[in-house]
Every structure is written in C-alpha cells, then in structure tokens.
Design a protein around this ligand. Structure first.
Ligand SMILES: [Zn+2]
Ligand SMILES: [Zn+2]
Length: 581
C-alpha cells in the first residue's frame, strides 16, 4: 500500500536567487509502517499507506544547498526521508510534533519531475505517524533557520539579575516545535525547537516561516511559572525579556535519582556537558549519575561549567546496575571503585551485587518493563497482590522503587502505585521514587518525574541545608518521608485528629483529585469507611491531566500494553503514621 499524492502541486518553480519558500504538499498524511497494528486510538483506524511519495516539478537543478521543511508527529521509530532516491536523513525519533529542516545537497533537485519519499525502515517496530507540510526554500538551512536573531534574557521574578538557567521552547500555532538556527555551545543544549541555557542569556535564530506565528516559551521545570511571547511574521525584535515566577516553594530538594548521558551510557543523545545544563534548566537540586554499570562522577564537568556544589545544586555518583535480573540504581558509590559484577542468574546474585557496591541507596527501577527478557514484577516472579517475590527472595536490600519513571511511562499510570502500596502493606520499607531515566536533551525531559526530600529551614531561613545528605535521603526514603512528584507535589500532615493534604503545583498544571489511602487501601472519610485509628498509616495520591504543552509534554509509554493512553500528572505524599493523641 502506497500513498501517492500525485501532481497536485505542479506549480513549484525553484529558481536560485529567489528566496521564497515553496509549498510542495500542504497536507498531513497518516502512515503506518512495520505492520497492521494500530498504535494509538487517536490515529485513524486505516492509514493512507505505509509510505509517502510526493512528486512535483522543478525548472532546474539546485546549484547551491537548499532547505526542505517538513512537519512530523508521533514518530517513535526510524523513517527514511529521500529526495530523488538520495537519502536526506531520517525523521527525528520523537513523538512530539515538530517542523524540521534538512539540507538538500546541490544538484539533488532536477528539472522536470522530482520525488520525495518517506519510508519506514525495515526491521523497526510498527509505528503510526503523521507527516507532511512539505516545503522547499532555495536558501541554505542556516539562512532559513537564523532569519531573525533575537537576544533572549531570562530572570527570576523579583530578582535583579537576568541569569536564570532555563529552557526556551519555540513552537508554532499548531503547538508543534519549530527548529531554530542554534546548535549546542558551552552554555546551551539545543535540539529542534528547544534551547536550554545555563545562564539565562542566549541569542536564538528564528525562521520566519511564511505567515506562521511563533510562540517562544521560557520555563524552568516544575517549580516555576512560564512566560510566553508571540511573534508574528512581521515581528523582528532585537531582544525578548522573560520573567519566571517561582510558584512552588517547598523547603527541600528536588532529586532525580536516575539520569544518563550518551557520553557514558552510549544511547540517547545528551552529552555530559548538555546534561549539566539541562539539569540546571529544569531546576533540579540533585542529579544522580546512573550510567549503565559505570561509577561516573559528573562533578568535574559541573565545575568546568562554573556550577558549584551546594545549596542550589549537587551531583551524586551512582550506577544503574544493569543485570539480566533487573536494573537497580546504586547511589553513593565510589567513582574509583570497580562497579559490581553481575553475580549469577538469580535474585540472590543481584542482592549480593548491590551489597558489594557500597551504595548508600538502592532503588529497583522500572519493575514492570521487560529488559533483556526479564521483568521483576512479571506474574511469574512477583505476586502483586501480596507484594512478595514468588521465589521467596527478599526486598529488604531496597530503599526505594520507581513508581513513576517519566522516561518509561506505563499504559496504566497507577499500576506501580498499587504495586508499591501492596509492598508497604506487608512491611517492606521501600519509598516511592519519581525519576526521569532521561538519556536525552528534549525527547524525555530530565527531572520531569522527581523525588523531593524536605529540609528544615535553618536559622538563616534558607530553604535548603548547605549540602545534600545522601545518608539522610536513604533513611527518609525507606521510611516513606520523601515525596514523589510528576507534575504535582503532595504533603500530608496529621493535624487536629484529621489528615491535612497540601498540593503544590505551578499554574500550568491542573490538579483534579486526591485519594487518601489508609493502610494501603483507598479510603474516603465521608463514605463511612470506618475511622482512622492510632497505628494506621496514611498516604495521599494526587492526580490531574497529563501535560501536553510543548515545553513539558508527558511521554507516551514506549512499550504500551494497548492502543489507548491517558497521561496523568501524579503526586504521592509522604507517609503519615497516626499516633494516639
Ligand atoms: Zn534501566
Ligand atoms: Zn536508566
């Protein structure tokens, strides 16, 4: 099956020296590659085809490099883009909608009929995508993308200096990212439509894109509001100044205990210096290096970039102990020490490995994902109702388990919450971890899911103690005193004989409801479910719609259980034990 858009757009005339953008095909096309399975219910049941072929006429070959624009959405696996059978590149493997530009090498266009094809790479997983809005501009990509140069300065509201590490997102009226003229530098980490800046100052090259309006958004992760400016096609400002309001004031630290770089983990795309910039740009206070089976210290790179360790930010040396019997984050390992070898093909083997590492904190990662054929919470390994391993193996070497991994979300966003509650019920002292597992600059956002540890404000009324205390984190995590945040942050207190819930969020994330759990079971005090008694333990789970805004979109499951998915923002509170008055 092949979709042929035919000769609907015959009037293309590419002439050198004419800087105009030509529309080749304004439509978007739904393609399904690699099989007949419908990937998502939001996509039409029947695709237009498994590949796209668009033919158009040109007067003459392109003497110099030209630019091809296209719009893509929902691309998860690899698709090949070619012009007259010459491969220009592959679509960007990212579900988020984006307008991207590719260089067309000289003499790729020919006089007469030209053909653009987009085909699913054989051997890749099935993928439903939208692609189209094809345009050719006779100018070089850097001229097209950097048509307008705008100096951006970002400050925290109420503070004098414009020096706030943050993220700049450029999107169009359809909410799709728009590629900029920037590339990664010493102080920026750049991907299509996304520029992270370490110091709140960056010159961004913006295309004018015909008549389209662009939205430039400054953001800084969960704790800050956003600031947006709209640019019409005729707007050519020299400077855009943004102010971000700190909207979540929680006395403590935001920790992402699961982060990678391509430099050491060898997949994804985020380089080590880009990692420091993105962690600061998302407002994390603690970032743990958890490269696969490596103890890597990121502190030198942070120092080289002028990022100090202390109240504002610190790095932790960890290791994602990646075995054939599950993945475990080991935090607080010695960078000079040899990482644990994998011992045996058994749960006892991984326990020995975790213990031999000397880590202060051990976390069970993405327990419902299959990795190298093994899934820790597979029904043949784990009884989810009883919260026990079927082989009788222990969980007492763990301080925490990932309940939300924003880089590997689950089709049922609360399945791991139920798993965790069942384990607390039978007495495993394991905390609920939010982490990002990000290997990327923008496809998966570092620190999107995170874990908060409260800090008592000190005598100087600082919100954070001078240094992050990993041993205290181990204790607070295991005893349920930390908070999981994936768009929402919930505090639970016992006050005047009643539970009191406080939900923190920025104004761009909604909160819909909170469920209280008593001894691991959902509990509604109004429904006469019985009284809360001394000895009971309580936890609050807040939820709201998942974020779809271009500056912080929630990722879809990469290993979905089915074609429907409803992303949810989730906050899991600390545990409160009710004492006799
Ligand atoms: Zn993993
Ligand atoms: Zn990982």
């Amino acid at each position: 099956m092949r979709f042929q858009s035919g000769f609907l757009f015959l009037c293309l005339l590419v002439s050198s020296g004419l800087a105009a953008e030509r529309v080749i095909d304004a439509e978007m096309h739904h393609l399904r590659g690699g099989g007949d399975t419908r990937e998502w219910l939001e996509m039409p049941a029947e695709p237009e085809g498994d590949s796209l072929t668009v033919s158009f006429e040109a007067d003459e070959p392109n003497a110099g490099t030209a630019t091809l624009w296209l719009r893509q959405r929902n691309v998860q696996w690899r698709w090949i883009l070619a012009l007259n059978e010459k491969q220009l590149g592959t679509l960007r493997e990212d579900e988020q909608g984006a307008r991207l530009a590719w260089p067309i090498p000289p003499n790729t266009l020919k006089s007469g009929v030209n053909t653009i094809t987009i085909t699913h790479k054989s051997g890749q997983r099935p993928d439903d995508i939208w692609v189209g809005d094809l345009r050719i501009d006779s100018r070089l990509p850097y001229q097209v993308l950097g048509e307008r140069e705008v100096a951006i300065v970002v400050k925290e509201a109420g503070k004098p200096e414009a020096d706030l590490p943050c993220r700049i997102t450029v999107s169009d009226a359809q909410g799709d990212l728009v590629m900029t003229g920037n590339g990664t530098t010493k102080t920026t980490a750049v991907r299509p439509g996304v520029v992270y800046t370490l110091d709140g100052r960056v010159v961004v090259g913006l295309p004018s894109l015909g008549t389209n309006e662009l939205t430039v958004t400054a953001s800084r992760g969960f704790e800050y509001g956003i600031d947006q400016k709209k640019l019409g096609p005729g707007d050519w400002p020299d400077t855009l100044a943004f102010e971000l309001e700190r909207q979540v004031r929680f006395p403590g630290r935001a920790i992402d205990p699961h982060i990678h770089t391509v430099t050491h983990s060898r997949h994804g795309s985020c380089r080590l210096h880009e990692r420091i910039i993105t962690m600061r740009g998302e407002g994390l206070h603690v970032g743990a290096s958890t490269e696969h089976n490596l103890n890597i210290d990121w502190a030198d790179m942070a120092a080289q970039l002028g990022v100090k360790q202390g109240r504002e930010f610190s790095t932790v040396v960890g290791n994602e102990y990646t075995t054939r019997t599950g993945h475990f984050n080991l935090l607080g390992v010695d960078p000079e020490a040899k990482p644990p070898g994998y011992i045996g093909n058994s749960w006892a083997g991984v326990i020995a490995g975790c213990k031999s590492s000397g880590a202060a904190v051990v976390i069970l990662n993405h327990a419902r994902d299959v990795q190298t054929g093994y899934r820790p919470f597979d029904p043949k390994n784990h009884d989810a109702e009883r919260g026990q391993r079927l082989d009788g193996g222990s969980y007492d070497f763990l301080h925490g388990m990932e309940v939300v991994n924003s880089g590997a979300t689950q089709t049922d966003p609360f399945e791991l919450t139920r798993d965790w509650l069942a384990m607390r019920k039978v007495g495993w002292n394991i905390g609920a971890i939010g982490s990002s597992d990000s290997h990327d600059v923008s496809r998966y956002i570092v620190g999107q899911a995170r874990t908060y540890m409260k800090d008592a404000p000190d005598a100087d009324r600082n919100e954070r103690s001078p240094a992050f205390d990993l041993d205290r984190f181990a204790t607070e995590l295991a005893s349920g005193q930390t908070h999981l945040s994936y768009g929402l942050l919930v505090e639970l207190e016992w006050r005047d004989g009643k539970p009191k819930v406080t939900v923190h969020r920025p104004d761009w994330i909604e909160h819909e409801k909170t469920t209280l759990y008593r001894n691991g079971e959902a509990f509604d005090p109004k429904e006469n479910d019985g009284e809360i008694k001394p000895g009971d333990w309580l936890v609050a789970v807040a939820e709201g719609p998942g974020v779809t805004a271009p500056h912080w979109p929630f990722a879809r499951p990469y290993k979905p259980d089915g074609p429907s998915f409803k992303p949810r923002a989730i906050g899991i509170s600390n545990i409160v034990r009710v004492r006799a008055e």
